[in-house]
Design a protein around this ligand. Sequence first.
Ligand code: GLN
Length: 490
Amino acid sequence: MINASLPELRRALDARQISAVELASLFLDRIDALNPALNAFITVDREGALDAARAADARIASGSAGPLTGIPLAHKDVFCTEGVLTTCGSKMLANFVSPYDAHVVSLLKAAGAVSLGKANMDEFAMGSSNESSYYGAVKNPWNLERIPGGSSGGSAAAVAARLAPVATGTDTGGSVRQPAAYCGITGIKPTYGLVSRYGMIAYASSLDQGGAFGASAEDCALLLSAMTGFDERDSTSLERPTEDYAAALAAPASARPLEGLRIGLPREFFAEGMADDVRAAIEAALDQYRALGATTVEVSLPNAKLAIPAYYVIAPAECSSNLSRFDGVRYGHRAAEYGDLADMYAKSRAEGFGAEVKRRILIGTYVLSHGYYDAYYLQAQRLRRLIAQDFQAALQQCDLIAGPTTPTTAWALGEKADDPVQMYLSDIYTIAVNLAGLPGLSHPAGFGADGLPVGLQLIGDYFAETRLLNAAHRFQQATDWHARRPGCVA
Ligand code: GLN
């Protein structure tokens, strides 16, 4: 059961081979056994999970189960959960019990999914290694000395180590795709606006987007289908009919299921910068795509190299504004001793935020300040437009864009902890996608020289989620990279 796909779990639950309570207990016991080493969870909600599982069993018995009824999952601790601690990986929110559910959380509750708890993450989703969490680093299940990626590192590690069959995440600059790649699982970040940001603690609102982690594209499709949908409480939520992403994968397998699919390979992604072992795995995966009927064509994203500088102006600018709400007054950490009101704000924020968060707030206030706004912020917004236009031009020549998710496999814990710029560069292939608001997916595509997973990224036009998931699904029907598990999965 630990390794079962979501459709297999569905069949087992519906056939009463296992109850939702038994299934939840199985995963909760695994969390008890393995989480001390992995640190993938900040909060484990055993009681809440068992209550939800009992309700799911009743629903299954009454014949009204949906695709996710009784399916256990983990929520990234960026999503507000009513009555359950929501820390966002920060000391600032170490005592914050949310009075309401995020839209994503209520949708999944309504679907009958069983939340096991809250997954560890970089503080306020700022980071690429999960080392900025106040609750300690998450370990990569494939090698406990390596980072799992970030910022949704806890969600990715939990799914890879089978502490949960699927998990939610958020992706502002790569935080679903990058940890999915490093942990050897599949992750999708949909088109900006498809998943409501209501109750998803804000980092950079014009970039933040909820996404799904699973072992396979099929599992991601099932989870994502239940996460999307219009929400009037998010002003950027898109009003369009929800899609059943999983149904679109049901077409029968054939020898060349991707016949006619044109895959664009951005010259800039395949230039220098990609490690040799990653390149070898990606090239082999692309051969597999060709064997399935796809054709490849070289495309160009000439401004892609400007994505990181643009992002590290825009994201800090937005975060400096979003995080101003954490002032020690209404909720969150408040310093024990202070003088006047200004001193209380200053001390509470100085104590509550970690170094990376402070660095970004400072950069953000700087680029937004009078005299620098035009030079930095407006300039970054112009680059953002150019980057989006590059993608549109490239997508005229192809149906999907493919390349590596990351330049290397997961690095050693601590290796880049003191070098923020090196850390930022690890998102070189993912960040441009957020700036353009496009959907992106990462799926396992082999292993590097050190035995760690390599991820292949697929990027599509707006609302091309089905196309991305279908391409990955066909690849996974023909290969078994996604079925490989780290040693801790017996
Ligand atoms: N690593 C990037 C950052 O630190 C992206 C994080 C994310 O997507 N939340 O901002």
